[in-house]
Design a protein around this ligand. Structure first.
Ligand code: ADP
Ligand code: MG
Length: 248
């Protein structure tokens, strides 16, 4: 089996809303392994964003055990959580969240700089933008790009340092069907080429269709966890390299 990227056991998370404690997650059990491509679905308010934030070590669970890349999130200090995010996790958000005054290339380089990438930053940013079909647009600022192109820059930024885990919270929610398709293809290519693990939330059945495994949250619990019909369970692994795949 490939590496365990994420292990959640009985994960709970509650939020204080005024005087009431609102349970967002009520005992989530989930394991993700290297190279998986997983859709997280479920009604609005079911806890998808909360779970992605925990998986990204942006926050710690209220109860239960959560390990991300072998580290117990609850046992980490704020600084250690930030370090884990910077080194090993990429984020893509619904609203792109690019820095408006920077070009596409500078948006990618800026994050690589935070990640401690030195002189090869510029070349690496160029490569990853090329990989996402944005080579010609590297010098443009976000306002000079379409929504679909901006989200591709956001994906480039998220994967430039080759994180092991990429988390995307409704990455296609602001895109039309065609751009959503392009984005999903590119993400799947990244996973196939580099063996990155993807967990993305969505409401769109056309986006779910790209997943290899679909996890459904209802009221803060995993109600279903199944390979997408038509995808053999072991198809989740070819991204990890032949030698490793042969052992599965
Ligand atoms: P989803 O992404 O599936 O729509 P969320 O994870 O955003 O669901 O929300 C799950 C529940 O947790 C909701 O009831 C929401 O109101 C609550 N919640 C989420 N984040 C917070 C927060 N920061 N403060 C208070 N309540 C929150
Ligand atoms: Mg959400």
């Amino acid at each position: 089996m490939s590496e365990l990227v994420l292990a959640a056991r009985g994960v709970e998370k509650s939020f204080q809303q005024g005087k009431v404690l609102v349970p967002a997650l009520r005992g989530v059990d989930l394991e993700l392994r290297g190279g998986e491509f997983v859709a997280l679905v479920g009604p609005s308010g079911s806890g998808k964003t909360t779970f992605l934030n925990l998986a990204g070590a942006l926050d710690a669970p209220s109860a239960g055990e959560l390990e991300v890349l072998g580290k117990r999130v609850a046992g980490l200090s704020r600084a250690e959580r930030a370090e884990l995010r910077l080194r090993a996790i990429g984020f893509v958000f619904q609203a792109y969240n690019l820095v408006p005054v920077l070009t596409a290339r500078e948006n990618v380089e800026f994050v690589l700089e935070l990640q401690g990438v030195g002189a090869e930053r510029r070349a690496r940013a160029g490569e990853v933008l090329e990989e996402l079909g944005l080579g010609e647009l590297a010098g443009r600022r976000p306002a000079e790009l379409s929504g679909g192109q901006q989200q591709r820059v956001a994906v480039a930024r998220a994967v430039a340092a080759r994180p092991r885990l990429v988390l995307a919270d409704e990455p296609t929610a602001n895109l039309d069907g065609e751009n959503a398709e392009v984005l999903m293809h590119l993400m799947r290519d990244l996973r196939d080429r580099h063996g990155m693990t993807f967990l993305f939330s969505t409401h769109d059945p056309r986006v779910v269709a790209h997943a290899v495994r679909v996890v459904t949250l209802v009221d803060g619990r995993v109600a279903r966890d199944e390979p997408r019909p038509g995808e053999a369970p072991h198809e989740i692994l070819p991204g990890i390299g032949k030698a490793e795949a042969a052992r599965v």
